[in-house]
Design a protein around this ligand. Structure first.
Ligand SMILES: *[C@@H]1O[C@H](CO)[C@@H](O)[C@H](O)[C@H]1NC(C)=O
Ligand SMILES: *[C@@H]1O[C@H](CO)[C@@H](O)[C@H](O)[C@H]1NC(C)=O
Ligand SMILES: *[C@@H]1O[C@H](CO)[C@@H](O)[C@H](O)[C@H]1NC(C)=O
Ligand SMILES: *[C@@H]1O[C@H](CO)[C@@H](O)[C@H](O)[C@H]1NC(C)=O
Ligand SMILES: *[C@@H]1O[C@H](CO)[C@@H](O)[C@H](O)[C@H]1NC(C)=O
Length: 764
């Protein structure tokens, strides 16, 4: 690889594959775990460990309020204490229904008692929630299963997106008891581990999650950062409790309320937990040591250099107390960078390993892909499978596809080439310090669907001092395909009714009978749930016109209606009369949609299209209410007498490069729900309605996805399309482009031209 490696540059070295797989697995796991709590309606299920009975009893009879009433040494004002939960998330298990009989739970995970992992309760206050609270939310909430903030008085302007629970009128030192009570009542059997912190605790949340994930759920855990000379932990340093400890607390809440520490919340919590579970707070548990770090009088900028070398700091997962929210963010940034550095080192190590190992593989190092870790180039089976390289200079791109020879580099393509060039130059000049970039000689790029965009650049360099010395060098670059995102899509079925709309103008009469016959074959005889509505569009009809230009089609419709008398309503027609020189899509659609329910699925067709069940089902799958509209790229037939040598021409459109092309200029076939149309239409100004078409309207409406893809099952017979110069500019240009590409392929046209000129020469 020697020389080649020297010259090759990496464009982006992040190995996305690992995180993607881990993410996927995690996603699936979380999803499985989360499912019962989202969808489970059987709230009255008792977890299969016997303690559940106790929990239920507690909830039924011994609420903290009741206990206070009965407690002899309670003061009157204490009796008035109320526990108010505000803005709490909807509790998943309000025990409204008393368990009488054994239920079979809906999910296996419920029956097996599989729980969510980590619940974090953070103590905050109105004064700090905007700063510390938000910082904590930003750094923690995406990593733990649930983060809930507790405050004693309501903030005037609570930041959005925080789950906030208000605990009113309690002495600050008793706060932890009420938090425990809240957890016991709302979440006790939902989570494996519970963590209590304050908003001054900096958590490396992903590490904490990892940490508790490796502790067996059967362990009794009361873990944190013990204060010197006590058995109790500092809440600021975070306290972790396991579900089993939480269960034992649930029966002792009354005792805890009667025995709070007068000043210290940490002591209150510690006393309570120790009383209930018999466990003092320790910094170890489940065979692991809790890595926390206590900073005193912390100032990030002054202290970080000293802390950087401290292995205890580097490996800690909770750092406390933070002096301000900025410190939160700075510490967060430090650890992110640390993680990044460690990941990079890991990658380097892995790479070296691969290199070392591959020497022993049968094909040796020559078998390795470049860059390491990306999939190999796709090796085509024949010359037709090769991926084409496009040639580019700094200003133009050549032979991008079958239809263009040269095109100026503009827009994103220009930015792409500039970015690539800049990166290559930067790296080359770092390597050859005595040279500088002179010009780009050749550029090639291609898109490999398994790897990403690949580039080869030939660069010319000249000496910085000695201008006469020149070097030409070639670099390879790869812009790998990164994050693979899985898009969740709402569920659809193949049974929906489609309302197929067929506009028919005067020049569509020729293919009309064929279309109707196809409709009979595909939809009527198969009892497909498709209803056809034919729109006859009269233009410039004067009162003097005695003959109806659509008389014949109408009688045909009558014929089919009578023949399929048991499927009434499946064919209907409607006439529209226009006198304007140009009628836009919207005028027709606005009139039409009045006749349909909001939930109707409309498919706009055309005379000349071939109807297949496949295509109709594709429409049902790809059109999703409130989510997606479908604009298939149809396959259009070339002009038959140009591409077929002899009669009779096939009655069906054949799929193949010789017989037609995927017409990316046509947007006339589309499907959408009426409600989506109406919503998008509302946002279109009258001016835009003049300049736009359906496709661009949906494209501009950001709430809907526009799905457009080549659709081999939608084929269209050749048609001489007349382009209307009054149409919006984009529509008109698309129409012209269609006509120029729609006759036959270039080679077919060239052959015909050649034959013709030869023929005429022979005549002479
Ligand atoms: C808090 O976190 C949640 C979940 O990550 C997020 O949706 C919300 O916007 C955050 N709120 C603030 C104020 O950062
Ligand atoms: C802590 O991290 C810094 C930054 O990566 C590193 O320089 C230092 O060696 C690390 N210290 C220990 C003890 O790992
Ligand atoms: C990460 O590495 C970069 C460069 O190697 C260094 O500048 C930075 O200080 C490191 N950061 C941490 C947190 O170790
Ligand atoms: C309709 O009439 C207008 C003017 O009255 C004319 O310009 C146009 O060509 C006519 N269109 C058709 C389809 O006959
Ligand atoms: C009417 O429906 C029945 C069964 O549903 C079918 O057997 C019959 O052929 C249909 N008649 C016509 C005219 O399509």
């Amino acid at each position: 690889m020697g020389l080649a490696t020297n010259r090759r540059l990496r464009f982006l070295s992040k190995p996305y594959v690992g995180p993607v797989i881990v993410g996927l697995l995690l996603g699936i796991t979380l999803n499985i775990i989360a499912a019962p709590f989202v969808g489970d309606t059987c709230h009255n299920v008792i977890p299969n460990n016997g303690d559940g009975e106790n929990l239920v009893k507690l909830r039924e009879t011994k609420s903290v309020e009741d206990a206070q009433m009965k407690a002899p040494n309670d003061q009157d004002e204490k009796m008035e204490k109320t526990l108010i939960f505000e803005q709490a998330p909807p509790p998943n298990n309000q025990f409204k229904v008393k368990p009488k009989k054994l239920f079979r739970p809906r999910y296996v995970s419920t029956e097996l008692g599989i729980k969510e992992k980590l619940f974090v309760a953070a103590i905050t206050s109105p004064a700090t929630i905007d700063t510390f609270g938000v910082a904590l939310n930003k750094t923690v909430s995406s990593h733990v299963t649930q983060l809930v903030f507790f405050t004693q008085s309501p903030p005037t302007n609570p930041p959005p997106g925080l789950t906030l629970v208000l605990i009113k009128n309690q002495a600050p030192s008793e706060m932890p008891i009420y938090i425990l009570k809240y957890i016991v009542e709302t979440y006790a059997d939902v989570f494996d581990f519970f963590m209590i912190i304050t908003d001054r605790t900096h958590l490396r949340a992903e590490k904490v999650f990892d940490f508790v994930s490796h502790i067996s759920v059967s362990e009794n855990i009361h873990m944190g950062s013990p204060e010197v000379n006590t058995k109790y932990c500092n809440i600021e340093g975070s306290v972790i409790l396991s579900q089993s400890v939480m269960q034992s607390i649930s029966t002792e809440l009354d005792w805890c309320l009667k025995n709070p520490h007068p000043t210290s919340p940490s002591m209150t919590l510690g006393i309570c937990v120790e009383h209930a579970s018999g466990l003092p707070c320790q910094d170890t548990g489940g065979g692991k040591t809790y890595p926390y770090f206590h900073v005193e009088d912390f100032d990030y900028d002054d202290d970080i250099d000293a802390l950087r070398g401290n292995p205890k700091f580097n490996t800690s997962i909770a750092v406390y107390p933070m002096p301000d929210d900025i410190a939160h963010y700075k510490v967060h940034r430090y650890f992110c960078l640390l993680e990044l550095n460690q990941t990079r080192q890991e990658i380097d190590r892995t790479k070296k390993n691969i290199m070392k190992m591959s020497k022993m593989a049968p094909a040796g190092t020559s078998d390795m892909s470049w860059p390491l870790g990306t999939p190999e180039t796709l090796h085509g089976l024949s010359r037709f499978d090769l991926i084409r390289w496009a040639y580019f200079t700094e200003t133009h791109i050549y032979f991008e596809d079958d239809f263009t020879n040269i095109r100026p580099l503009i827009g994103v393509h220009k930015q792409d080439v500039e970015a690539i060039l800049e990166l290559a130059i930067g790296n080359i000049e770092k390597k050859y310090t005595q040279f500088q970039f002179h010009s780009l000689l050749n550029g090639y790029r291609r898109f490999d669907p398994t790897r990403g965009m690949e580039y080869i650049l030939d660069l010319k360099l000249v000496g910085k001092e000695d201008v006469s010395s020149r070097v030409e060098t070639r670099v390879h670059l790869l812009r790998p395909l990164g994050k693979v995102e899985i898009l969740p899509v709402p569920y659809v079925t193949e049974h929906r009714r489609i309302d197929l709309i067929l506009p028919v103008a005067a020049d569509d009469l020729k293919g009309f009978a064929t279309f109707l016959e196809a409709y009979r074959k595909t939809c009527l005889t198969n009892h497909d749930n498709t209803h056809l509505r034919i729109l006859f569009i009269y233009k410039n009809r004067t009162d003097g016109d005695k003959t109806d230009q659509f008389a014949l089609p109408k009688s045909l419709i009558d014929y089919y209606q009578n023949k399929h008398i048991n499927q009434t309503g499946k064919i209907s027609w409607q006439a529209f009369e226009f006198h304007e020189p140009y009628v836009s899509d919207f005028v027709l659609m606005d009139l039409l949609t009045r006749n349909y329910k909001q939930s109707s699925l409309l498919l706009i067709g055309s005379v000349g299209m071939e109807l297949t069940i496949d295509f109709l089902n594709r429409v049902r799958m790809n059109t999703i209410i409130n989510w997606q509209v479908f604009f298939p790229i149809s396959f259009w037939q070339f002009k038959p007498n140009l591409v077929y040598q002899k009669f009779p021409y096939p009655s069906q459109v054949e799929l193949g490069a010789k017989y037609g092309f995927f017409n990316k200029h046509s947007f006339q076939h589309c499907s959408f729900y009426v409600s989506d149309y109406l919503e998008a239409r509302k946002r279109l100004s009258p001016y835009d309605a003049m300049q736009s078409d359906l496709f661009h309207m949906f494209l501009r409406y950001e709430k809907l996805n526009v799905f457009r893809a080549a659709e081999p099952s939608l084929r269209h017979k050749w048609k001489d399309v007349v382009c209307d110069p009054l149409a919006p500019e984009t529509v008109y240009h698309n129409c012209l482009a269609h006509n120029s590409e729609g006759l036959a392929s270039r080679s077919q046209l060239a052959t015909l031209l050649f034959e013709q000129t030869m023929g005429s020469q022979e005549h002479h």
